[in-house]
Design a protein. Structure first.
Length: 248
């Protein structure tokens, strides 16, 4: 099924994939367990729980197949979640990926994430998730110095920005340097073991390595089976942050 502008759905037994262009898989859903995080990079992005275990306000740029907002809505019920998606053809497919309807504490808005971010109040966000790709590349507006400065501005003290980047992007080093400048090098990135993604964590004012847990703790509202599904990825993030001395 096509959603326009090169956006399409592929079904393969128990998986439903959202694809951009000819080959890029943007998101995947397990039809037997629609809230499960299928792709590893999405599990890595949940590493924000190391720094913000009980977020009150989560802002996400890029809806895709809605894996992360669905997961957070179900397992972090105290969080208020806002998602920005610029592509109406992606938004039109939200029911096919069982993304919850808008309701108190959860909303998906059609709009440009970078433009919206410039309107957000200072120091009002606990977790900012940035995952805005079209066919083959990250949206250019999500990699500028001004955008990353806005990311830092909207975070509360101790708040964390989590960005999905691609290791094969020729501008990866530029993006990492811009993030480092805006967050005083208080950042780390974790390569995914699949698809060439890497996930960047940057924190405002509080060091990433500050008050890290000695042992990972499952959030109270999260079932044990769900926690097991993301625990290995969180260990990868924890090990990387502990070992990071200076962000590139």
């Amino acid at each position: 099924m096509n959603g326009g502008d090169g956006v399409r759905i592929e079904n393969d037994r128990f998986l439903r994939r959202l694809c951009f262009g000819d080959t890029d898989v943007q998101s995947a859903m397990d039809l037997r367990d629609p809230d499960r995080l299928v792709l590893e990079y999405t599990r890595l992005m949940m590493g924000f729980l190391l720094f913000q275990p009980r977020p009150r306000h989560i802002l996400m740029i890029g809806l895709g197949g809605g894996s992360l907002p669905k997961f957070c809505h179900r397992h972090l019920p105290e969080a208020d979640i806002t998602v920005l998606e610029v592509d109406p053809s992606v938004l039109a497919l939200r029911d096919r990926f069982e993304i919850p309807p808008d309701q108190p504490g959860f909303r998906v808005l059609l709009g440009d994430g970078a433009t919206h971010l410039a309107t957000v109040n200072d120091a009002s966000v606990d977790v900012l998730l940035v995952d805005g790709f079209d066919a083959g590349r990250m949206a250019p507006s999500l990699g500028t110095q001004g955008f990353y400065a806005d990311c830092r501005r909207v975070l509360r003290s101790g708040g964390v920005m989590v960005g999905n980047l691609h290791e094969l992007d020729l501008q990866l080093g530029i993006f990492l340097d811009r993030i480092g400048q805006c967050f005083d090098r208080n950042a780390a990135y974790v390569p995914a073991r699949e698809c060439g993604n890497c996930v960047v964590f940057a924190r405002r004012e509080v060091a990433l390595s500050s008050r890290l847990p000695r042992h990972l703790r499952r959030p109270g509202a999260m079932p044990e089976a769900t926690w097991v599904g993301i625990e290995a990825a969180l260990h990868d993030v924890l090990r990387t942050v502990r070992a990071t001395r200076r962000f590139p």
